[in-house]
Ligand binder design. Structure first.
Ligand code: SF4
Ligand code: SF4
Length: 292
């Protein structure tokens, strides 16, 4: 079973939940940090990297002596990655989407294949032997989905027979949807503040349209100064038939320990028991869910 741990916004607690669930998950599984724009699950789980792989995009490079400045490549490029200044062609590889159109229309073979590095995958194991997958988009790079697709291909090839716990990208934009389309079920982590609830509503709306089994986990419940926040989330869940797989109570002491890299399930026997219950609840809710 593949479970995406997602949220409507950054900082809701998905990485905290992913790390804690790994510590208590009762079945063989792999863990993946799919938040390739800002991966941080490694801070809790300390993977041993065994292999690195680059993800790149094929972009055009000009063969200047062959170019007649006919302008066909500029006309076909929808992304403004090619310009002509008088008789000189200018290429902007950072704007290229790799569609290949310019190669097809060039009558002079004046474009050759170059590479733009999009990101790097890191593959290995956790200290307890659990397979671990992660990726990092190059700083300044905007094309995150190809990095995610390469990471998903590694998961397809290397996790047969295992459950998968995926720390998803936050929000509901392309990276989050790229992951959501490839999982069996989705767990939404909610920060029960007014701001968190607003983003949770958006996330529910976006992901419920995919037809996946969904459940939520309320994080930092009972936070001082947030009276009524937990109840507002519970009312929303009730009104929309969204099961609550677990509630993580706010604890300043636990927050201090997790800030030092301790998975939340390890901060106390009470927390361990709570996450044991949450894992059991998730398995019951999502049992039988399979990606089509
Ligand atoms: S490959 Fe496509 S997006 Fe890239 S420069 Fe050529 S036409 Fe433009
Ligand atoms: S299509 Fe080929 S020949 Fe024409 S401007 Fe582009 S690179 Fe030059």
């Amino acid at each position: 079973m593949r479970i995406a741990i997602a949220s409507g916004k950054g900082g809701a607690g998905k990485t905290t939940l992913a790390a804690a669930l790994h510590r208590v998950w009762p079945r063989p599984h792999a863990v993946a940090d799919m938040d390739v724009e800002a991966p941080n699950l490694h801070l809790f789980l300390h993977p041993i990297v065994e292999r690195r792989a680059e993800v790149s995009l094929t972009v055009p490079k000009a063969v200047r002596e062959a170019c007649t400045a006919c302008g066909r490549c500029r006309q076909i490029c929808r992304y403004g990655a090619i310009a002509l200044f008088g008789k000189k062609i200018a290429l902007f590889p950072d704007m290229c989407h790799g569609c290949g159109g310019c190669f097809t229309v060039c009558p002079e073979n004046a474009l050759e294949e170059g590479k733009r590095l999009l990101g790097t995958l890191e593959l290995g194991r956790l200290p307890d032997g659990t397979p671990y997958f992660s990726g990092t988009t190059r700083i300044g790079e905007v094309m995150t989905p190809p990095v995610l697709r390469s990471l998903l291909a590694e998961l397809d090839a290397g996790t047969a027979g295992l459950d998968l716990l995926l720390d998803s990208p936050p929000g509901v934009s392309c990276p989050a949807v790229t992951v959501a389309r490839r999982v069996d079920a989705m767990l939404l982590v909610v920060d029960p503040t007014p701001f968190g609830l607003a983003d949770f509503r958006i996330a529910w709306k976006a992901f419920s349209s995919l037809g996946l089994p969904l459940a939520c986990v309320i994080n930092r419940a009972g936070m001082p100064g947030n009276e009524g926040g937990d109840e507002a989330v519970q009312v929303f869940c009730q009104e929309h038939g969204l099961p609550i797989a677990g509630i993580i109570p706010f604890s300043r002491e636990a927050a201090c320990r997790t800030a030092r890299g301790v998975p939340l399930a390890d901060v106390s026997p009470e927390m361990r028991e709570r996450f044991d219950q949450i894992a059991g609840s998730i398995l019951r809710l999502f049992e039988g869910a399979r990606h089509e």
